[in-house]
Design a binder for this molecule. Sequence first.
Ligand code: ZN
Length: 158
Amino acid sequence: MTARNIIGKRYKDLEVIAEAGKNKHRTRMLICRCLKCGTITEPKPYTSVVNRGITCGSPTCRYKHGESRTRLYRIWSHIKQKCFNRTDHQYKKFGALGITMCEEWDLDFRAFRDWALANGYTDEMTVSRRDKKGGYNPENCYVRPSKYPNSKESKTNE
Ligand SMILES: [Zn+2]
């Protein structure tokens, strides 16, 4: 039986970067990179990463995850999903067409947040693209009033 190649795949906050063999319970182990804080994890069981969507577990990461309740964070997270997550229902209109998020924003929410705040973001605003065929990056994006201010669901397609 050949193990499915999942290097480079993303599950929640973790991107698989390497296989780490099997542990003493013969469980397939994976080394991941946290998409939120950049931490390279200790080997973690396949099922925890793929099925349970565990986080990186780094104490400094937990601190950064404190921002995950904010509306701006949800906007960032939804953009990432539709650009990078092949199972996201919007992926075919974004990632599949080559629309992506710049590495600086992808790797660090704070870079996106700082850009948005510097460009006048408030919870009545949203992040939009000038060129709809272009990606999410500081050159192609701007902040404008949202049609759904204060919405619990961030509508990043408006
Ligand atoms: Zn992390």
